[in-house]
Write a protein that binds this ligand. Structure first.
Ligand code: SF4
Ligand code: SF4
Length: 375
């Protein structure tokens, strides 16, 4: 099992699609979900509970999460010093990575670091100077011996040219990433759709950009014999080539990848903190292997012909339905288009595998590593 350990709800940045949106969202009606507004800002439960909880699952993987998890580095060190897990991972905005000692950083199996592409774009979304600090810090941890997987975690919205930015992240003079995952800021907030231009942008820029990128991805296999770790393509191709079973929620949310709140209560996904209806137990008394599973069970996914590949995209978005059906339909169009892009490239991929240019093994990855696969 995978567990996001929410170390703090505080963040040291004020990104447009998170802090900015949450400010605009403040007065919105949140349906009939009773929210707990009194969660501790920092994880404060005894680390022994986490140690015992994790011990019950031989495959326990812990991913530090926030807010910004490194704002509670003290607790993080305690966990690393006292808890035995199969792997430790972290999702961070990268601003404080230089303050965590290499002996801790180098224990991470995977680090997902938020960066949205080139300097101007990253700083536009995330704040002035953020890009430079991320780059300095990823260079530093690499120099200090980090050998795990470093994934550029890209948030995408209307100012992003996906084809241009992903290619830039892969190959540039600052720091070239070999693993990239992106996610759309779509369907997570209550009142942003009306003031945004999501529909037009997704049709005119995003979907054509992803199609070009899919083509480029397979071109790179043909030219260089590499399967670039572009997670949305990698995850879908992995299923189409290797897995014959329909996919469940691909982030694992609600069935294999849960989250532990700052007060020790367990929820299906980190974005659902405080949603009392979805509290599934407490780490002090719950068996990680017996957790209740929560699946998407209603419209629009239950009638969708790509559900087996998509998995439902996002449990949180499905449950909370912050966007209207019509607006969310535009998100699903991007999913269908992405799935089609990979399906269309499949004959070429199979050919390259047959010719020995790339191998089926190149499509493997650690599932539920924080990449949601479906953006
Ligand atoms: S494409 Fe949309 S409707 Fe279909 S499974 Fe995915 S999220 Fe659900
Ligand atoms: S995709 Fe949705 S359900 Fe999955 S981890 Fe992200 S917010 Fe949670």
């Amino acid at each position: 099992m995978f567990f996001h350990v929410i170390l703090t709800t505080d963040c040291n940045l004020q990104c447009r699609y998170c802090f900015g949106e949450s400010m605009d969202d403040f007065d919105e009606d949140f349906g009939d979900f009773e929210l707990d507004y009194n969660l501790p800002r920092k994880a404060g439960y005894n680390v022994v509970y986490l140690e015992k909880f994790c011990k019950k699952d031989p495959d326990c993987v812990l991913t530090f999460y926030g807010g910004e998890p490194l704002l509670n580095a003290e607790y993080l060190r305690q966990v690393l010093d006292n808890v035995e897990a199969k792997h430790f991972m972290i999702q961070t905005n990268g601003q404080l990575l230089d303050r965590l000692e290499p002996e801790y950083v180098n224990r991470f199996h995977t680090i997902l670091v938020s960066i949205d592409g080139q300097e101007a774009l990253t700083d536009y979304y995330r704040g002035k100077g953020v890009f430079r600090k991320v780059i300095d810090n990823v260079k530093l941890i690499t120099k200090n011996g980090f050998q795990g997987e470093l994934i550029a975690r890209v948030t995408v919205m209307e100012q992003t040219d996906i084809n241009e930015q992903v290619k830039w992240l892969l190959d540039n003079g600052e720091f070239s990433f070999s693993s990239i995952h992106w996610q759309l800021n779509a369907g997570f907030w209550g009142n942003d759709y009306a003031r945004r231009d999501f529909k037009c942008w997704s049709q005119e820029s995003y979907m054509p950009g992803v199609e070009k990128l899919a083509h480029f991805w397979v071109d790179q296999m043909a030219e260089k014999g590499v399967v670039l770790r572009l997670y949305p393509f990698l995850g879908i191709a992995n299923s189409l080539l290797l897995d014959k079973e329909p996919s469940l929620m691909r982030c694992g949310g609600g069935w294999i990848n849960y989250a532990i709140q700052t007060d020790g209560y367990i929820i299906p996904c980190p974005t659902m903190w405080g949603m009392k209806k979805y509290y599934l137990g407490h780490i002090a008394e719950t068996d990680p292997l017996q957790l209740k599973k929560v699946f998407v069970s209603d419209a629009p996914c239950n009638k969708c012909n790509v559900l087996g590949v998509c998995g439902g995209r996002c449990l949180y978005a499905n449950i909370t339905k912050r966007w209207s059906e019509e607006a969310y339909n535009g998100v699903c169009q991007t999913v269908r288009s992405l799935v089609n892009n990979v399906i269309e490239e499949l004959p070429r991929i199979k050919h390259l595998i047959g010719d020995g240019k790339v191998s089926l093994r190149d499509f493997n990855f650690l599932k539920y590593n924080g990449c949601e696969i479906i953006p």
